[in-house]
Structures are given as C-alpha cells and as structure tokens.
Design a protein around this ligand. Structure first.
Ligand SMILES: Nc1ncnc2c1ncn2[C@@H]1O[C@H](COP(=O)(O)OP(=O)(O)OP(=O)(O)O)[C@@H](O)[C@H]1O
Ligand SMILES: [Mg+2]
Length: 447
C-alpha cells in the first residue's frame, strides 16, 4: 500500500493556509493508518512514525517561513540604514541580520519567535552557552519563555539526544523534596515501598531544568549546592554515592540577587547557578514584536484547529497592540487560540475574555476614531501614561523624519541615537521613512 510519495518533500507549500491543509492531510493519513485492518502492527507503527516525522517537518518549515517573511519585511523598512554600512559589532547589527546569522549557523530556535534586540541577545547568549556545561540561570516574568529558552539551550548543545528533565521546585512539598530530586531507598520512610530514582539520576548525561528555583526552601538549597559542587547524590535512606553528570539550567521570576541579600536565597548557590545569566524581557517591553507574534500564533492556532487563520477587526488589533499582557507571551498565545476558536472568520473585541475586554465607554471612543483613543482605552494610570508616551514618541519621530527628508541615518546623527534602535522604534510605530522622502520630493516639485 503506497500512502504518500516519500520522496516528495512539501517545500512548495508557501501560505499558512496550505500548511493547515497539508497538516490536515497528514492527520487523515495518520488516523487511516491507525485503523487499517490489513496491515501488521509493526508496519502500522513504522508508517505512523513516518507520518509524525513529516508533520514535524512541516511545522518546522512553517516556523522557518515566518522567520524569513519577517526578515524580508524588516529588510524593506531598513533599506536606507543598510546602505554602505561598515561591519558592526553584533549588538549594533539590525535584528534581521542577527536572526539571519543565527539561522545560517544552524541555530535551533525550538519555536522561539521574535526579533526584539533583547530577545536576540538572549538567544546569542544561549548559542554560546549551549555547547558548554556551564550552569545557566534564566529570569523573566511568568510566560516570557523561560522553559522554552532552557529547551533551546539543551537542543543546541551536545546533550541534545539525552534527557531533558524538568523539575518545578515550587510544586514539591518540603517533605518530598529530597526524595523527588535524589530518589529514595525502599523503606526509607513511610510510603517508600520501592527503590526510586530521583530527577537528578534521570537527567544523567542530559540536562536538568530547575524551574522556580526561587521557591526552593533553604534546606533544599544546601543539598543542591552539594550536588553542584561534588556532582554526586545519595538516595534518601541509602549510603551509596552515585555520580551524576547533569547540566543545570535554572529559572526564576524572582530577583535572586535581592533574595540573597535579604538572606532568603543562599548567595553561594546564586553565584553557582548564574555563571551564565539570561534575562527575558516582558512582552510590554518589546511591543514591536506583537504584530509578528499575533500572525505567528494565529497561524499556529489555525494549524491546530484545522481552519483558516482568523482575521481581526482593526479595533481588536489595536487592543492587542496596546494591551499590557501581565501573562506575557503565554497570555498572547492563549488569546489567539481563544479568538481562533470562538470567532467565525473575523474576531472582534467581544470575543476577548470578559475580564480584559475594554469597557463600553472606551469602545465608543475607539469606534469614533477620536485621537487619544489609546489613552482613553487605558484601564490603569500606568497604561494611560505609556499610551501617552507612545503617542509623544511617534510625533517626535515623524517630525524628525519630516525635518531630515526621510533620511534615517541623518536623523540618528542629529539625535545622537543608535541607528538600529531608531529603526526599531520606526518599525514599532509602523512609520516608513520613504513616505517622508516622497513628501519632500513632492514639495520640491511644487517649488
Ligand atoms: N519567543 C517566543 N516565541 C514563541 N513562543 C513563545 C516565545 N516565548 C514563549 N513562548 C510560548 O509561550 C508559552 C510560555 O512559555 P514558557 O512556558 O517557556 O514561559 P515561562 O517563562 O517558563 O512561564 P512561567 O514562569 O509561567 O513558567 C509557551 O507556549 C511558549 O512556547
Ligand atoms: Mg515555566
């Protein structure tokens, strides 16, 4: 039975819609295979495995496509700045160049998406740290992608084929902590009915991801420190010393430095864990990413829900661009999945969860298109301030570009600003420098 031509790779697929169609076909193939009665089980398993591989490839290709798309739109916005630019240090290069360079070095993104300079910096650090066994500490608010970053580090290192074991230090009761991390011997305590290995042993030769490390009680911190120093553990109730070789990546949404100054986190452990320190920015500090992430997650949701990507009304788009996202990327992703599921072709404000939906009075201002709508829509003083500051930033940039006739390099010189930072701000506001070149030419033509 020939079910699909294995030689034909799906490289001709270009639009997210056809990705969804292709994924659907693969799913049909998988379920047909699952229920085929005339195949032997091993044969079915083999074909299922092939189909799963094919699906993963398509998803990988979809991520890559989005990266390339985003890179080419950034390219269009930065033509003038790229002209005759001398070689620049990494941090001064344009985001698209930095991401392109990572792709050319076959960096594995694991689905990490975006081209905010701070995110790229985190990825570049991850790239350098990955092949070493140095401990890495990742910090950032909830939902900023800490676990994803830990997987990126694992995937780009030599341990990639070995286990990645995740431990949520905040979710283990104190009394079970030691047994959970290091295992126990049968009879070590009431309920220890068998020998059991702990997370460190499971992570041997691979990576152990210690999530919410700031929640680890002081007694647990002492024990962890000992493992980091000696690379060996003892199961609870056993005298036997077991060597473990696990690469440590830890994550926290707390400020461990302040905690160690306050005496709630051991300073020596903090320094041991944070040999490499990666900080992930909150989504509201990288708003320039939001339009890209919205497209990315609506495609992803469309693929999963097997439908065309949902369209957004302008007022919903506007809301998504200015919302504060206390839950960061996770919240944005969940919102897009919700909108894709609940809306028909087009999603609008009423499809948002009740608790974040703007109040009717604010909606009237938005609908009337009055200026300052973002400020009126703000649901807190800090949000109103941010909206006002965004507004001022935009006006400042537009006036500046007007004065220099749309030449970004000249504007950067005049305001003594880093050119790639300036490009990023223009992109954030959707301002195209060439529009200002055109208006100057039109004025010159009139005169
Ligand atoms: N840059 C990114 N690109 C694409 N997806 C992302 C990105 N960052 C995070 N995500 C997605 O957002 C969700 C949350 O990420 P993750 O679980 O890694 O966050 P976290 O910082 O560990 O959160 P928490 O502190 O709540 O545990 C996941 O679905 C992840 O795939
Ligand atoms: Mg997490």
């Amino acid at each position: 039975m020939k079910l699909y031509n294995q030689g034909a790779t799906p490289v001709s697929v270009t639009s997210p819609v056809s990705f969804a169609g292709l994924i659907e076909k693969i799913e049909i193939l998988r379920s047909t295979l699952r229920w085929a009665s005339k195949l032997d089980r091993p044969e079915i398993e083999k074909l299922l495995k092939q189909a799963t591989t094919l699906r993963d490839e398509v998803m990988g290709l979809s991520h890559k496509e989005r990266f390339v798309q985003a890179a080419s739109s950034a390219e269009a916005a930065s033509e003038s700045a790229a002209e005759a630019a001398p070689p620049q240090p990494e941090v001064e290069r344009l985001p698209r160049e930095r991401r392109q360079a990572l792709m050319e070095r076959s960096f594995i993104f694991e689905g990490t998406f975006g081209d905010n300079p701070r995110l790229l910096e985190a990825l570049e650090i991850a790239e350098k740290a990955a092949p070493t066994d140095l401990p890495v500490l990742i910090d950032g608010e909830s939902g900023t992608g800490k676990e994803l970053m830990a997987k990126v580090i694992h995937a780009n290192g030599a341990r990639t084929d070995k286990p990645f074991i995740s431990v949520n230090c905040g979710a283990i009761p104190d009394s079970l902590l030691e047994s959970e991390l290091f295992g126990h011997k049968k009879g070590a305590f009431t309920g220890a009915s068998n020998d059991r290995r702990g997370k460190f042993e499971s992570a041997h030769t691979g990576t152990i991801f210690l999530d919410e490390i700031g929640e680890l009680p002081l007694t647990g911190q002492v024990k962890l420190l000992r493992v980091l120093e000696a690379h060996e553990i003892q199961r609870v109730g056993s005298d036997e010393i077991i060597s473990v070789d696990a690469r440590i990546v830890a994550a926290t949404n707390k400020d461990l430095r302040s905690m160690s100054q306050a005496g709630t986190f051991r300073e020596d452990l903090f320094y041991r864990l944070s040999v490499i320190h990666v900080s992930l920015p909150a989504l509201r500090e990288r708003r320039d990413e939001i339009p890209l992430l919205v497209s990315y997650f609506s495609d992803e949701a469309a693929g999963m829900l097997r439908r065309a990507p949902v369209r957004l009304t302008p007022r919903l788009r506007d809301f998504l661009l200015h919302y504060d996202y206390p839950g960061n990327i996770r919240e944005l992703r969940n919102l897009l999945y919700r909108l894709s599921c609940l809306a028909g072709d087009t999603a609008d404000l009423p499809h948002l969860p009740q608790d974040i939906r703007p109040k009717p009075a604010a909606l009237a201002v938005v609908a009337s298109g009055a200026s300052g709508a973002d400020i009126a829509m703000a649901t807190s003083l800090s949000e109103a301030k941010r909206a006002a500051s965004d507004e001022a930033e935009r006006a400042f940039l537009e006036r500046g570009l007007q004065e220099v006739g749309g030449t970004v390099a000249e504007l950067a010189r005049r305001f003594d600003m880093n050119r790639s930072h300036l490009q990023m701000l223009l992109k954030k506001h959707g301002i195209h420098s060439k529009d200002f070149r055109a208006s100057r030419q039109a004025e010159a033509g009139k005169g």
